[in-house]
Design a protein around this ligand. Structure first.
Ligand SMILES: C[S@@+](CC[C@H](N)C(=O)[O-])C[C@H]1O[C@@H](n2cnc3c(N)ncnc32)[C@H](O)[C@@H]1O
Length: 218
């Protein structure tokens, strides 16, 4: 990832300590609530974790969580929130580039990349997806959201209607590109969603893919 992007995330998390909100994503909550996990100890990886809103939810749902973000400010905010809540013991927060960190093989029951892979240029993004496949247990799940190439802001990056966060997006996906990128997984579900974003200074729309991909059991 380019240094200017890292700096701009550091500056974003300095001026917005709540990051992209404090509530976990409904995508993650709904999936956890629908599934029963029977293999203790359960381990989760949250890549591009930001201030940890999803990592905290996973930890409260019984997972030992490794939460990784390239922004040192995001990791500082996460650690400060964990300290303030006292009870949170089971999150290892790591400041690192997800593209260069090494991950153990067959380690995690679930991995989450909530709007990360679209921040990374395509050849590196493909290597990251392969690395996550390697680090999931057989049968483990990968929950992913990425900006769609149908997103109105991504489509208008060069004019003034683009949302500020869209400038971070290097790699929006078409449905076909996404299925091709996850061809070594079993695709359990896919949705392209269109929603209103009121997390920034003005309300705007986004179009994103949500995909749940499973590492084959054999
Ligand atoms: C749109 S934010 C999403 C944050 C979080 N997943 C959430 O939903 O609140 C994208 C996050 O990815 C992080 N990021 C971008 N590139 C990264 C990389 N190469 N390695 C690790 N984290 C990265 C950014 O610092 C930022 O926190």
């Amino acid at each position: 990832m380019k240094r200017d992007n890292v700096c701009s995330f550091d500056s974003f998390y300095s001026s917005h300590p709540m990051g992209f909100g404090t509530q976990p994503s409904k995508f993650v909550v709904n999936w956890i609530e629908k599934n029963e996990f029977t293999r203790p100890p359960r381990k989760a990886l949250d890549l591009g974790c930001g201030n940890g809103r999803n990592a905290f939810f996973l930890e409260q749902s019984g997972f030992a969580v490794v939460a990784i973000d390239i922004s040192s400010q995001a990791i500082m905010n996460l650690r400060a929130a964990a300290k303030a809540a006292h009870a949170r013991q089971n999150i290892a927060a790591v400041c690192a580039d997800a593209c260069s960190i090494s991950l153990p093989q067959n380690e995690f029951d679930i991995a989450l990349a909530y709007t990360l892979i679209d921040h990374i240029e395509r050849p590196l993004a493909d290597s990251l997806i392969a690395k996550i496949l390697h680090s999931l247990k057989p049968g483990g799940h990968f929950l992913v959201t990425v900006y769609s190439d149908n997103d109105p802001s991504v489509r208008s990056l060069h004019n003034s209607t683009a949302s500020p966060s869209s400038f971070w997006i290097k790699n929006p996906y078409s449905r076909d590109d996404l299925f091709s990128a996850f061809s070594n997984f079993n695709i359990m579900s896919h949705k392209e969603i269109d929603f209103e974003d009121n997390n920034h200074d003005y309300v705007h729309r986004h179009v994103m893919h949500q995909i749940i991909a499973q590492k084959p059991a054999h």
